[in-house]
Design a protein around this ligand. Structure first.
Ligand code: GLN
Length: 548
């Protein structure tokens, strides 16, 4: 039978439950346990697919096409295993299921209530991943903080499960120990209150992970243990880290994995070998060079909106032993007039995915700049679509070229809505989602980067390259080098006579992990390095000429 670890949060949000859950899972995995993580989000949207990135950051897409919380991205990046639709559940989905059952008459005339019907459905979903006995340990992260009105049914469900499963289930509570500068003291009271609030709902933590800016000294740990009813070894220090990727090692030092295994009555397994992880971390911490890459998007002021892209750059930077500094460039303020001024110091340009018209012309200008100045360019999803629009307008002379998403009336729709999307009226979960196969042309630059001509990548879009224009593009040197074998949809484009110009209809960033950095990101960072070297050597030559 699977064992369960629930991760709850207290005091405040943004303490990093996802990272703690992923780090713990990493350590358990390194000890030889099969492990997965699931996230329960207490909002009423059925999934985060309809949420604006301003609300909830990036929407992460799994292999099986679930639109999920960005924490699932962390789980995959840490564990190097896939998650699925079953790994992310929201209150909306729980209620949808219960209400559908009620309409079917499945409750046989009973009054349908939060307890037991909603809590039973939460419990059923919490145990679902354990059913086929694939995992030794299932970590469940509860979104929000204990005490939020919307979290109550989840806390109640965990209380019931703990009662039913006794030793097969523990609760790890992530909390904050603030440092008061004026008093020069760490304060335990908010944590005490948070644990007290939990206990009012009949739940008590087995392990406390304490986020702190200052080390927890022994006496303080003793005090926390005493007031919060946990053993002293179960007070875990989680100091602010320089990178999220150091947290597994910090948690190993604090023996979070050992404490959890002991409390679950499990053997400790083998000693975790994190040497590869450490090697990655060293490369990340001590890069030999630095490149500056422009991220052209409309949510650039938001840390979380392009989470997977930023993480993929961290992985790819480490492979190249190179720090990737991301310069956020707001596409709304980018014009043909200021493009040179805003982009000339960049070693490469990435145009981000997105929806809608805002900032679209700026994206097109950035692509024009990268194409004509032979600056490495990488376009993802909308970024690829706008590369097609830019080329159509400025090279093929189709001045009205656009995506029909932005200009539904254009008769030069080089990007147009997929046939399969045309009769869809519902917004949620109806895009082309999840993993699809793609055949790459033998000898193409991308096939060399992948080291293969048959790949699968994840999608999230409604519009596609319009194959009526295929020949015109190809003849002008804009090459469709990746197509879906079943539908012939163009998934990858690249350009002849350009050092690096690649557009992909899919989202490679979702599949980049610490152990498997994505080959396109790795190649893109390498191209940025080379572009920088060439620029530098041109500058040196120019200086020599002036000096002589
Ligand atoms: N808006 C575009 C589409 O739906 C691109 C989507 C994206 O970048 N994820 O096709």
């Amino acid at each position: 039978m699977s064992k369960y670890i629930f991760v709850t949060g207290g005091v405040t949000s943004s303490l990093g439950k996802g990272i703690i859950a992923a780090s713990l899972a990493k350590l358990l995995q390194a000890r030889g346990f099969t492990c997965t993580i699931q996230k329960f989000d207490p909002y009423i949207n059925v999934d985060p697919g309809t949420l604006n990135p301003y609300e909830h950051g990036e929407c992460y897409v799994t292999e099986d096409g679930a639109e999920t919380d960005l924490d699932l991205g962390h789980y995959e990046r840490y564990l190097n295993t896939f998650t699925s639709q079953a790994n992310n559940v929201t209150t909306g989905r729980i209620y949808q299921h219960v209400i559908n059952k009620e309409r079917e008459g499945a409750y046989l005339g009973k009054t349908v209530q939060v307890i037991p019907h909603i809590t039973d459905e939460i419990k059923r979903r919490m145990l679902l991943l354990g059913e086929d006995k694939q995992f030794d340990i299932i970590i469940t992260e509860l979104g929000g903080t204990v005490g939020d009105i919307e979290s109550l049914p989840y806390v109640e469900a965990v209380r019931q499960l703990k009662w039913e499963m006794a030793d097969d289930c523990i609760v790890v509570h992530l909390t904050l120990i603030p440092y008061l500068k004026a008093a020069k003291e760490l304060k335990t009271k908010p944590t005490q209150h948070s644990v007290k609030l939990m206990s009012e709902h009949g739940l008590s933590p087995d392990v406390l992970v304490c986020r702190t800016e200052e080390p927890l000294y022994k006496e303080l740990r003793r005090k926390i243990a005493l007031f919060c009813n946990v053993t002293q070894d179960a007070v875990i220090e989680a100091l602010d880290a320089d990178t999220i990727y150091s947290v597994p090692l910090e948690m190993m030092r604090e023996k979070l994995d050992i404490t959890c295994l002991q409390k679950l009555g499990l053997p400790l397994g083998k000693d975790p070998d994190l040497s590869k992880w450490t090697e990655f971390l060293n490369k990340l911490r001590y890069p030999k060079t630095k490149v500056v890459i422009g991220l052209i998007g409309k949510y650039v002021e938001l840390q979380d909106a392009y989470k997977s892209i930023l993480e993929a750059f961290i992985h790819a930077g480490a492979v190249n032993e190179c720090k990737v500094e991301i310069r956020n460039i707001h596409s709304e303020y980018l014009t043909r007039e200021n493009a040179v001024e805003k982009l000339q110091h960049l070693d490469a340009v990435l145009v981000a995915p997105g929806f809608g018209s805002r900032g679209i012309e700026g994206k097109i200008e950035a692509i024009r700049y990268a194409r004509t100045n032979k600056v490495p360019f990488f376009g993802i999803c909308l970024g690829m679509q706008m590369a097609c629009v830019e080329f159509a307008r400025n090279v093929l002379g189709l001045s009205k070229a656009h995506s029909t998403e932005m200009d539904p009336d254009t008769n030069q729709g080089v990007i147009s809505m997929m046939e399969s999307q045309k009769n869809i009226t519902q917004m949620g979960g109806t895009m082309r989602l999840g993993s699809y196969a793609c055949d790459l042309k033998e000898g193409s630059a991308v096939s060399k980067m992948y080291g293969s001509t048959a790949i699968t990548e994840r999608h999230r879009h409604r519009y596609e390259f319009n194959n009526e224009y295929l020949e015109a593009f190809e003849q002008a040197g804009f090459m469709p080098v990746g197509v879906n074998p079943q539908t012939q949809l163009v998934e990858v484009v690249e350009m002849k006579d350009h050092p690096f110009y690649i557009g992909v209809q899919y989202h490679p960033e979702y599949k980049s992990t610490v152990e498997n950095p994505h080959p396109l990101f790795v190649a893109f960072v390498k191209a940025a390095k080379e572009a920088q070297e060439q620029r530098n050597s041109r500058a040196v030559k120019a200086a020599d000429i002036i000096a002589s």
